[in-house]
Design a binder for this molecule. Structure first.
Ligand code: WTA
Length: 665
């Protein structure tokens, strides 16, 4: 990470928006952005009240904002429905026959021909959503319940989310890469009684055994009464042990096609209170237990609607593609809710970027004439390494705008994206935000903001971002500090599910009165924000957030392990990698076999995304006098750096201190 930061500090290149892009953009002048931004900060109720008029309401709000640190209520007293806004409203606006979801499956129909394609119009999507919504009601799902969704990247994943939203049940989507233990933990925490899943999902040429993982998870919790199973891979029902088969539990399991088969396509959308929960989504934090980030209805809808419209400069004839998985916040906000609330044609791809080879994304862009493309730096780095001959085999001239999200983008990757993919004509929006923020927070506006490789540039409307020290004092240009948000914004998280105290403590206590992001950053002389990475015990592996404590908990649950300390280390492709220092129970042998065993164990406990890159056996872990593990030291060791600095102090905010040292040096 330090290398990335070092090179971004020296970045001098500036890329103004192309004039023809700016001329056609929703917002095309700096003066317009500044005027709107000022209004959004000085008069948020006026600004957001006006934007909210663009959405559908069953009942208008009484008050735009009710704010008392740390509890925000937006559009108090209003009644709306997110699925109604994403479907019925679009149909009312004349978009009924427009393609809403343009889906491509992973397995190719013939070499080089791409996968199966499905085009679902807004009208069809409303029918599909309504049928499933009625189906869910028929198995007892009610307004206010939570439903787990553990699905491959197929249109039915979006249908399931929207069906929950339509009847007022909150969804809890779990990324298909998570293990059965992670499913069980999340089902229990959110108290879900229904799971929607599939027999399997295609990924990199193999079948991910989703149903089997769910069955496994349900041996660890008895909360779930119904499992709805989509037939994606035609896996035969058998004992579930035979390769490629699934097991079936009569009375509990129901086929998706049977559930929707007999249902009516008419399901009125439930008028929801602005502050009713839309979904819970788990993410990692500084402690061992993942947090159920809770988002509500109206503010989240407004935030994703507004950012999609302006950040991606969404136009009626765009074909927009966000390559995230719906299991992450990016998929929630920028595959499902934001694009559909804008009536966009949204591409969804089932599989891996490198299947059958590194040309897959580029062939999809060519085949479907994608105009706006949103992906992650880790993917761009992988494509860079694979070579530009892959994109060069394809016609990418339909592209007009590119975006990135998930981690700091190193300038080399930014430049490659700009030249090889964007052919120097597409603005790049480097968007900074979080699961907690619900929507994009710091970003260029593509028709307005001159971009520099490696910075997310300026705050979006309503976002009062600042760099401060721990007392809340704002720091000057180029001083590294804590990234905070000083005012509430519509799509902010409202709580951690069932744990309002943890919510207040985690986000609002480090810098009293301000929302603390967990990120370190600095502003340059133009006021641009440069994100330096996490300053807490969270690491960012390929754009996926993992808590070091979460991985440590998994390791110490292994019978051979006495103690474990996990740190993030710089990784060329993944941004950060995972190094685990492990001390063993007496009598256990520190050998290669055990290393392999521990790696497999962590994958089983959390999922493949948490696979340690290094396991290092050690006789003891360096600790402070008060018993805290000195991760900073371990980080240096694992990264192969010389160990410097005071070894008797607590780690605490030393990440920042170190960055400063480097900066000055
Ligand atoms: C990091 C993903 C630099 C950051 C939407 C943040 C970024 C965490 C960027 C949130 C960016 C996200 N530049 N860093 N453009 N976008 N991050 O919750 O550390 O999965 O706190 O949300 O990713 O990750 P999350």
């Amino acid at each position: 990470m330090s290398e990335t930061i070092h090179s971004t500090l020296e970045e001098r290149r500036v890329f103004p928006p192309p004039a023809d892009f700016a001329a056609k953009a929703h917002i095309g002048t700096r003066a317009e952005y500044e005027k709107l931004y000022r209004e959004s900060i000085d008069h948020p109720e006026q600004f957001f009240g006006r934007i909210a008029e663009e959405l559908h309401w069953f009942k208008k709000w009484d008050k735009v904002l009710d704010w008392q640190v740390p509890n925000a209520k937006w559009f108090v007293g209003g009644k709306t429905n997110v699925a109604y806004n994403c479907l019925d409203r679009q149909i009312d606006l004349g978009r009924g026959d427009k393609t809403a979801i343009l889906w491509e499956g992973e397995p190719e129909t013939a070499a080089g021909a791409g996968g199966e394609v499905r085009k679902i119009t807004y009208k069809q999507l409303r029918d599909d959503v309504s049928k499933l919504a009625n189906g869910l009601k028929s198995i007892g799902v009610k307004k206010g319940d939570r439903v787990t969704i553990y699905m491959p990247m197929v249109p039915e994943a979006a249908v399931a989310m929207l069906a929950c939203a339509r009847i007022g049940a909150a969804h809890s989507v779990i990324f298909g890469g998570f293990s059965s233990q992670a499913i069980a933990d999340r089902v229990d925490d959110a108290q879900c009684t229904v799971i929607i899943t599939a027999d399997g999902g295609y990924r990199r040429g193999t079948v991910v055994p989703l149903k089997r993982n769910v069955d496994d998870a349900l041996t660890k919790t008895d909360r779930v009464k119904k499992v709805v199973v989509l037939n994606r891979c035609n896996m035969p029902v058998a004992d579930g042990v035979a390769p490629g088969s699934i097991a079936w539990k009569e009375g509990r399991d129901v086929w998706y096609h049977d559930l929707v088969g007999t249902q009516s396509a008419d399901c009125p959308a439930e008028p929801m209170d602005s502050e009713d929960t839309l979904f819970v989504l788990y993410t990692s934090g500084s402690t061992g237990k993942p947090k159920g980030i809770q988002h509500t209805t109206a503010g989240y809808l407004l935030g994703t609607y507004l950012t999609t419209k302006y950040v991606f400069d969404m136009k009626p004839d765009d074909v927009y593609w966000c390559t995230a998985d719906v299991g992450w916040i990016t998929g929630h906000s920028y595959i499902v809710y934001g694009p559909l609330a804008n009536g966009t044609t949204c591409l969804m791809y089932e599989g891996a970027p490198n299947h059958p080879d590194f040309g897959r994304f580029w062939s999809i862009i060519e085949r479907h004439k994608v105009s706006v493309f949103y992906t992650a730096p880790t993917a761009i780095r992988a494509f860079m390494k694979a070579g530009k001959e892959f994109p060069q085999k394809h016609d990418l001239s339909s592209l007009r705008l590119l975006g990135t999200v998930g981690e700091p983008i190193n300038p080399e990757a930014w430049m490659w994206y700009h030249t090889v993919i964007g052919h120097e004509k597409c603005p790049i929006v480097d968007t900074w935000w979080q699961t907690e923020t619900g929507a994009i927070m710091i970003t260029p506006l593509p028709g307005v903001t001159p971009t520099k490789p490696g910075t997310a540039t300026l705050p979006f409307f309503g976002v009062d971002a600042a760099i401060v020290d721990r007392s809340g004092k704002e720091l000057g240009p180029n001083e590294g500090g804590l990234l905070v948000i000083r005012k509430p914004w519509p799509s902010m998280l409202r709580s951690i599910f069932n744990d309002p105290e943890r919510y207040a403590k985690t986000y609002w206590s480090d810098v009293p009165g301000y929302y603390f992001t967990g990120d370190g950053a600095r502003r340059d002389n133009d006021g641009y924000f440069w994100i330096m990475g996490r300053v807490d015990d969270v690491i960012n592996v390929s754009g996926h957030r993992l808590g070091t404590m979460e991985i440590e908990s998994a390791l110490v649950a292994h019978e051979a392990v006495a103690e474990a300390a996990v740190v993030g280390i710089p990784h060329e492709m993944k941004g950060q990698g995972i190094a685990a220092f492990v001390t063993l129970e007496t009598g256990r042998r520190a050998d290669e076999a055990l290393k392999k065993d521990l790696i497999a164990w962590v994958r089983k406990q959390i999922g493949a995304l948490a696979t340690p890159d290094q396991i290092r056996f050690t006789e003891s872990l360096p600790k402070t006098r008060s018993g805290k593990i000195m991760r900073r030291l371990l980080k240096e060791v694992a990264s192969g750096n010389e160990v410097k600095g005071d070894v008797t102090t607590l780690e605490d905010f030393s990440v920042l201190a170190k960055l400063k040292e480097k900066d000055e040096g």
